[in-house]
Design a protein around this ligand. Structure first.
Ligand SMILES: Nc1ncnc2c1ncn2[C@@H]1O[C@H](COP(=O)(O)OP(=O)(O)O)[C@@H](O)[C@H]1O
Ligand SMILES: [Mg+2]
Length: 290
């Protein structure tokens, strides 16, 4: 078997937080001893309710934040031990997209300028071929005709179009894995489906892997090869069959919660059934975030 492209071992990130009364500070392990493997080409979904540590885990894997303990490995080497060449490869192989797609675009630059900046920095195309290169990548994420989009500013694009550009920006680098933190949450339902379709297509046709982070099990069920369930900073269950055979009580709660679409019904049911398993946790449930 080939080595996982990304791994974490004992990965921990703690923050100092204040209690609600504010007089006592305590240490919160936002990510708490996580062991995770991301295999090349797979789509791994990380699900869990708001505050379970998903974004912190993503930031650690993307090296946007340093761990308090444990390590992240890229192709078997700890990120802290990568030499220059390996670091450059990591920087290209592992890309990110975020919940707010406008955050990855400079609001004062036309799309073309923003993307050209990335292309030049990584020497992805010769100057004479740059525009064709960008147009090709926009067309590949369904923005056709590309010229129409290259000349626009981010505010002239819809959320779905912006997210497609964020994906194109990542795909230009021919990454092996795209870490996507709640990539659908800011989009309308119908647009969510289109962006999911695009990610599915890219994973099949361009064999790029995804780590999709979501508080919404429904959204990721159709695309994930494997699902990791997070609670209180820990991965409580990982598998392919968690929808059919959830082993952990928390996974069963998440699955129960998503069946009902009435937020009040979900809260009531969870409040009743979760008392034993989910203590001291905000009832910020999957599907209710926004
Ligand atoms: N920079 C930070 N400083 C203090 N606490 C933080 C910080 N970032 C996240 N947290 C806390 O860590 C926990 C996990 O947060 P997060 O990773 O954003 O969860 P999720 O993405 O699953 O909603 C939360 O309790 C959050 O308040
Ligand atoms: Mg988050």
């Amino acid at each position: 078997m080939t080595e996982p492209i990304l791994q974490s071992r004992g990965l921990t990130r703690s923050y100092l937080s204040r209690t609600s009364s504010g007089w006592r500070r305590r240490v919160l392990n936002a990510v708490d001893g996580v062991d995770l493997d991301v295999n090349e080409g797979e789509t791994l979904a990380i699900v869990g309710e708001s505050g379970s540590g998903k974004s912190t885990l993503a930031r650690l894997m993307l090296r946007l934040e340093q761990p308090s303990g444990g390590i992240v490995l890229y192709r078997g080497v700890s990120l802290t031990d990568l030499n220059r060449k390996q670091w450059r490869a990591y920087r290209r192989d592992i890309q990110a997209i975020f919940q707010d797609p406008s955050s990855s675009l400079n609001p004062r630059m036309r799309v073309e300028q923003s993307l050209a900046h990335v292309a030049r920095r990584h020497e992805l195309a010769k100057p004479a071929q740059l525009r064709d290169f960008l147009a090709r990548h926009l067309a590949a994420v369904g923005l056709d005709p590309p010229d129409q989009y290259l000349t626009r500013y981010p505010h002239q694009l819809s959320g779905g179009q912006q997210q497609r550009i964020a994906i194109a920006r990542a795909m230009m680098l021919e990454p092996r894995v795209i870490v996507a933190d709640e990539p659908l949450s800011s989009l309308d339902m119908s647009i969510q489906a289109q962006v999911l379709d695009l990610m599915r297509e890219l994973s099949c046709r361009r064999s790029v892997g995804f780590v999709i982070i979501s508080h919404d099990l429904n959204a990721v069920q159709s695309i994930a090869d494997r699902i990791a369930v997070m609670q209180h900073g820990r991965i409580v269950e990982t598998g392919r069959e968690i929808f059919d055979a959830p082993a952990h009580p928390y996974t069963r709660l998440l699955l129960q919660a998503r069946l009902s679409t009435d937020p009040r019904a979900i809260r009531a049911r969870l409040a009743k059934s979760s008392a034993a398993q989910v203590t001291n946790q905000k009832t910020d449930l999957p599907g209710l975030q926004r």
